[in-house]
Design a protein. Structure first.
Length: 267
């Protein structure tokens, strides 16, 4: 995976480098990134990473800073290197994602009160996963969720269902026929495996270090909450359950609570 310019775009992770322009203050680093991506800041001797009041150990000598899909304000981050704290500002770029129009059954757009209440209960269970902080079990890059994965589509798209605007698409869509094996992207523990109103048959895996992967619209779930899984292990099969226009795999990541493009972590 190439680590190139100062701008972090979808489908890449960028090494932290100073922006061109006015000279920063002594010791200051300014980075630029787009919503939904990940900034990579590396230096020998790094022992701690910090952002938004959270701190965590680096991956080797690398601090990874996931940038949420909805992030608009500049982000202050820091690292400890050779016992000295160094600070950086991640300057947020514009929201680069297009509009996606989708046609689904109208009952998934104009919800009954029963469906609204059900969805809220499910979202509460899911949201509880974003604060999990267990021991890291993965390395970057991770594996794709399908053996012959096509290009991921639609991450970040502003979605319009049956001509009604909804939230941006926080995962990526992988085209696949019903029954295609869905595979764990990395080692971890199944945190949730159940049927949801919007996501259909869904599996959420905790990979440690705040990284949660999710697999939705499955025709079958083949794991249960609490199961340990290895990278590449079969966890379900692609389907068309929940709010969909056809069979595919919705695959996503939350990393320390941030909604990020799965493509930036997949090899």
């Amino acid at each position: 995976m190439a680590l190139t310019s100062a701008v972090l775009v979808a489908h890449s992770i960028i090494a932290g480098v100073a922006l061109a322009g006015a000279a920063p203050e002594a010791g200051e680093v300014r980075l630029e990134a787009e919503p939904g991506t990940v900034v990579r800041w590396e230096a020998a001797g790094t022992s701690e990473c910090e952002a938004d009041g959270q701190s965590w150990p680096p991956h080797g000598a690398v601090c990874y800073f996931p940038i949420d899909l909805g992030q608009t304000a500049d982000l202050e981050v820091s690292r400890v290197r050779s016992r000295v704290r160094e600070r950086a500002t991640i300057v947020m770029g514009e929201y680069p994602y297009p509009v996606q129009h989708v046609t689904v059954e109208q009952s998934y757009v104009d919800l009954s009160q029963e469906d609204i209440d059900r969805s809220r209960r499910e979202q509460k269970r899911i949201a509880a996963l974003w604060s999990k902080r267990t021991e890291r079990q993965f390395e970057i890059p991770v594996q794709p969720p399908l053996a012959d994965a096509p290009a991921a589509r639609n991450f970040g798209s502003r979605r319009v269902f049956n001509n009604q605007p909804r939230n941006p698409h926080s995962g990526a869509d992988f085209s696949a026929v019903t029954g295609t094996p869905a595979l764990a992207t990395a080692k971890g523990t199944v945190a949730l495996a159940e049927e949801h109103f919007f996501g259909g048959n869904s599996v959420f895996i905790d990979h440690g270090d705040g990284l949660i992967s999710m697999y939705m619209h499955l025709s079958e779930i083949l794991v249960a909450a609490g199961d340990p899984v290895e990278a590449g292990e079969l966890i379900g099969k692609v389907g068309a359950t929940g709010r969909v226009s056809g069979p595919h795999l919705h695959f996503g990541f939350r990393w320390r609570g941030a909604r990020i493009d799965p493509s930036v972590l997949i090899y």
